[in-house]
Design a protein around this ligand. Structure first.
Ligand code: 2AM
Ligand code: CA
Ligand code: CA
Ligand code: CA
Length: 311
């Protein structure tokens, strides 16, 4: 297709409106968000009884997919619930929407307000547009490549823009982590050991860094949004998917955050299709001569001396 002719500004405005409309559907569906409404249908991809999906997840994805097909019939679409339904799509150079209709389904089912719709868009394999909307808190995080990241379309991110605070060490950080839905012994032991080292004092636990704290807010996309805002210092995730992080990747990047590949390696576009994610918030240049990016790399290095890695 004539990809040179795509109008990113127009697609950005379309994605913002789509996220707001999806948010309305999520609010409407919230009256039905009970434990019993959640099922674990499709045993192939919905692995176990904590991997929840509701009718609202599916209805919102169907709405978003239809809206995109009406407006941009030639664009590709990757979405969590379509994937669960057996639709597998590779990342290509083509314009591609990558969507999670509800990120934070467990929160949605338990009436916890950290729920969002995440709409990402890639072009030539790079995330260039991201919109993350939490309808319960009416917070919309968005970014278009090269144009900065915003909260509710007006407040530049990070919230401290243009003066992000320093981050002297990993011990000064509030770190976003999640338990995910893979509760196998291997995964939970590795995550658990890493969380212990992050939380404990080095005098008690070998390698302990005693970070300011850990937070599990239950939505990968909102973790990215909070790193973009500068509320979380970093976020580490193993096990989530492109639809969890596509929008967040460009929002965090446009807010001065740095995203990394597996194990803290430099980010490569195909990392989006993997399951290892790590992002550090914007950090100020220090008068001593360390740039913000050098500080981000230093924190990443410190983190991966602590974190356990796996495939
Ligand atoms: P979901 O709500 O769309 O299912 C909470 O752990 C966060 O991780 C949510 O963003 C959730 O997305 C996502 N998630 C789901 N399964 C996961 C897994 N196995 N590993 C990591 N994250 C997962
Ligand atoms: Ca899910
Ligand atoms: Ca998700
Ligand atoms: Ca989801």
């Amino acid at each position: 297709m004539a990809t040179d002719s795509i109008d990113l500004q127009e697609i950005y405005q379309f994605a913002i409106q789509l996220a707001k409309d999806a948010g309305r559907l999520i609010l409407e569906g919230s009256s039905k968000r009970t434990q019993s409404a959640a099922t674990t249908q499709d045993p192939d991809t919905k692995k176990n009884r904590v991997d929840l999906v509701t009718e609202t997840d599916q209805a919102v994805e169907a709405f978003i997919k239809r809206s995109i097909a009406d407006k941009y019939p030639s664009f590709k679409f990757i979405g969590e619930e379509s994937f669960a339904g057996g639709e597998r799509v590779d990342l290509t150079d083509e314009p591609t929407f990558i969507v999670d209709p509800i990120d934070g389904t467990t929160n949605f089912v338990h009436a916890i307000d950290f729920v969002c719709c995440s709409i990402g868009f890639t072009f030539k394999q790079e995330p260039v547009i991201g919109v993350i909307y939490n309808p319960f808190l009416d917070k919309l995080y968005s970014a278009l490549q090269g144009h900065g990241a915003y909260l509710n379309q007006t407040t530049r991110l990070p919230l401290t823009h243009p003066n992000p605070p320093p981050l002297p060490s990993l011990g000064d950080a509030v770190i976003g982590v999640e338990w995910g839905s893979d509760r196998s012994k291997a995964v939970i032991e590795k995550k658990g050991r890493t969380y212990m080292k992050l939380a404990a004092d080095g005098k008690d636990v070998e390698g302990g860094v005693m970070a300011h704290s850990l937070r599990s807010i239950g939505s990968a996309a909102l973790n990215y949004s909070m790193v973009a805002a500068g509320q979380l210092d970093l976020y580490w995730e193993i096990g989530c998917w492109s639809w969890d992080v596509c929008a967040g990747t460009i929002i965090a990047h446009e807010a001065g955050g740095k995203v990394y590949g597996k194990g803290g390696k430099p980010w490569h576009p195909q990392d989006l299709m993997g399951h290892h994610f790590f992002v550090v918030r914007a950090i100020a240049d220090t008068p001593g001569g360390e740039t913000g990016e050098q500080a981000q790399d230093r924190i990443a290095k410190e983190f991966f001396q602590v974190a356990e890695e796996w495939d």
